[in-house]
Every structure is written in C-alpha cells, then in structure tokens.
Design a protein around this ligand. Structure first.
Ligand SMILES: [Zn+2]
Length: 431
C-alpha cells in the first residue's frame, strides 16, 4: 500500500500491522462507489493533441503540434512511456477489441476522433493544434493554437545554435512565423515595431479568436526560460528596430523583446477573452532546461496588475515542481491541469499531488491527458485512454484518502470530482 504510506508513514505502518494481525485484507486505495461514480463523469480534457482522421493514401496530419520533432537525440525514456508498459496493451484492447486500429479508422471516417473521445469518457477535448480540421471541430473539440512564433520575429540562428533540439525547434518556429506573416498578408516582418504589434501579433490573435480559439498556447519552455520580465516598450522597440531587417541580436538583447512580446500577447488574450496556456513541466529531449520550466518563474507575470484580466493555465501542473506550483493557485488568475502527469506517473504518485491541490484551491485544478501521437503503437488514442484512466484512478484515490481522514463527505468528494473533471473548465472557458 505505497499510497497509504505516503499519508503518514508511522500510522499507516501500524495500521497495516494491525490489519495483518486481525487477518483482514487492507482497504483498497480507492472507494469502489466513488470510483464508479468518477468513471461515469463525462470529462473536459484541458490539454491534448488529437490527430485528424485522414483517408487512406492522403498525407498524414502534421498539425497536431507546432514542435512535432521526431528525431531528437536519444534520452532515457520514463518507464510509463516505454513500448512494453502494460497499460498500453490494456488501452489497445479496450479501444479496438476484436478489430484493429486501421480498420476502425476506415469504418468511422470523419467521426473517428469523436469516437475516440467516447472511449475515453471525454465530452470535450481542448485541442492544442496549429489548425483544426473537418474531423476535429466544436462542440467536441475546442481550439488552442500556438503563440510562440510571435515572440521570435528576429534572426533566431544564435538561439538555434545552442543544441540539436533547439535547432529543430527554431526551424519549426520560423516556418510557423512565416505562415502567420502570410496569413497577415505580409512577406516579411514590418519595419516598425508598432506595425509588428498591430498587423502581425494582434491581427494573428484576433484571427485565431475568430476561428474559435479559447486560449493561446506557449511551448516557450522548449525554447527559453519562463522568466518573462517586465520590460519597457521603448527597450523592446529599440531591439526590434535594430535587428528586424538584418543582423543577429545578442541573446540578452533579444530576451528584452521576447519578454515584452509575451506580456503584450498575454494582455491581448485577456482583452479578447482567451486564456494563456503554458507548458510548465520537464519536457521531451535530453537538452530540456528543467529549471527554466519551474512555474515559480511565472510569478512576476501572475503578479502583474496589468495582466489580471488574463487567465493563465499552467499546463501539466509544473511537474516536478508540484509543491512550488500549489501556492500560485492563490493568484486569482492562475489555474493548472495535470495533463501528461496522468500519463507519466502512476495513479498513487499522482494522487498524492492531487490531494495537496484539492486541499488548497480545488476550483483551479483541471483534468487533462496530453493525448499525443508518440508512436504507431502509442498514438493519441492509446495515450489519451491511458491518461484518462490513470487520471480518474488518481482522483478517486486522493478523494478516498480525504474521506477516510474525515476531511470531506462522500457527497463533497463527488462534487470535487465533477469540478476537476469538467465544471472548472466549463467555467474557465464559458463552455
Ligand atoms: Zn501537449
């Protein structure tokens, strides 16, 4: 019973000994009635990367991520993401039963992505994608596009030279920036900073809002630190003016511009009624800057009085800084989800973290999966199913422990489960 040991080592060990002596089996970590109720709550998945249904012979969908890097240098993979993880076999069996994935995709056609949500017990998936598509549409899917490319309008070669992963990432960001410029009817970034802000940044955000976006996503933690300082417009403008047309900005100068642009985008999101999503977690790749992704780096942004109309969602709940993120929930505009943790961690490990959050500010905690096409075998379907199952199990364990310790009633446990699985997100996005 590793989970109960977490709750109080001495008491739990004593309890276990007493139970063994009396010959009674230990209580299960999750209350059976509560787990059954949680299994039936139709969830809103705050963060995932669904893949479009593509007919045979058509090119594969590559818009499920702005940074879909397939060829990173080798890293040591976490156990739960290895191809032999037992939960993956359960997922494939539960999803396709006597059929196969390929046959099911052909049979369901454009209805396939929504069918996957049905298997996961998810009513609405917040889809973090470059663009949507005919099979990924409201009301089952809500759009969250990417805003990072707007932060890097200059020559990115110095930033790209840091390591092979950054090299791939900045090449992809440059492609997306050209796409945003083309959508704005511009062949290159405008000469003046005022034009860049209005004709590119604001115009892109407004177009995405009109296209149904409920939030803007930053994968910035893959590209730089999350310490976005408060910078004067004049300082940012000076850097833009000097390097917009030619030259490579020194990293420290470029950071001033990026920091200003981040807060500008965040303020615009607030004006337009979109949330800001930030990757806050250790990330893929052996060069990922874990300390740069510490959510405490965002504190000055969350404390910026001019950004209090913007809601920030710390996607992936800051792991491994899950304790550091807890007090940030007290900021009126700060939320978090536990997507990806639900895939990476075991249910008992995640339950310990969930309990701490639910005992603090439960109205700001959101369910999420980070369903993602990791491989042929672990597609967004399997990873989404796995994370949905582990996430629900962890929630049941955390709430069971809170009930057993006398902190909450069964009715309150069900209410908290509904809040985390759907009601908090419904309120945040006005769904
Ligand atoms: Zn993601």
């Amino acid at each position: 019973m590793p989970y109960q040991l977490n709750l109080g080592r001495g008491a739990a060990v004593l309890g276990t000994l007493l139970l063994v002596q009396c010959g009674r089996p230990p209580e299960p970590a999750a209350d059976a009635d509560l787990a059954a109720e949680i299994a039936h709550i139709q969830a809103i998945d705050n963060h995932a990367h669904p893949v479009r249904a593509v007919p045979n012979g058509q090119p594969a969908d590559r818009e499920f991520d702005a940074l879909p890097v397939d060829n990173m240098e080798p890293q040591s993979d976490p156990v739960n993401q290895r191809p032999d993880t037992p939960l993956l076999l359960d997922a494939a069996k539960a999803l396709y039963r006597s059929s196969t994935k390929a046959r099911t995709i052909q049979e369901k056609g454009d209805g396939y992505p929504a069918w996957v949500l049905d298997q996961m017990g998810v009513e609405v998936m917040v889809a973090n994608r470059v663009a949507m598509g005919s099979s990924i549409q409201p009301p089952r899917f809500r759009w969250v596009p990417y805003a990072d490319a707007l932060l890097f309008p200059l020559d990115n070669s110095s930033l790209a030279a840091k390591n092979s992963d950054r090299k791939s990432f900045f090449a992809l960001e440059d492609v997306l920036r050209r796409r945003y410029l083309a959508d704005a009817g511009l062949p290159a970034p405008p000469a003046t900073f005022a034009d860049y802000l209005s004709r590119v940044v604001t115009a892109t955000l407004e177009r995405q809002k009109q296209g149904g976006a409920v939030a803007e996503k930053f994968e910035a933690a893959y590209l730089r630190t999350l310490a976005f300082d408060a910078v004067d417009r004049a300082a940012a403008e000076r850097v833009y003016r000097q390097f917009a047309a030619k030259g490579v900005p020194p990293d420290s100068e470029y950071k001033l511009l990026q920091d200003f642009l981040f807060r500008y985008v965040a303020a615009e999101c607030g004006r337009l009624g979109m949330a800001v999503h930030l990757h806050t977690m250790a990330g893929a790749g052996g060069y990922f800057d874990v300390s740069g992704a510490n959510p405490l780096n965002l504190e000055s942004v969350l404390n910026d009085p001019s950004l209090r109309k913007t809601n920030f969602v710390m996607v992936h709940g800051g792991w491994p800084f899950t304790r550091e993120i807890t007090p940030l929930l007290e900021k009126p505009n700060a939320y978090l989800d536990f997507s990806a943790q639900s895939l990476l961690l075991s249910a008992p490990t995640l339950a310990g973290t969930l309990r701490e959050w639910l005992e603090h500010v439960p109205e700001k905690v959101l369910f999420g999966t980070d369903a993602y096409p990791y491989s042929n075998e672990m597609g967004w379907e399997e990873s989404g199913w796995m994370a949905a199952r582990t996430g629900r199990q962890a929630l049941a364990m955390a709430l069971t422990a809170m009930m057993r310790d006398g902190g909450i009633s069964h009715a309150r446990a069900v209410e908290l489960a509904r809040m985390v699985l759907r009601e908090n997100a419904k309120k945040l996005y006005g769904l």
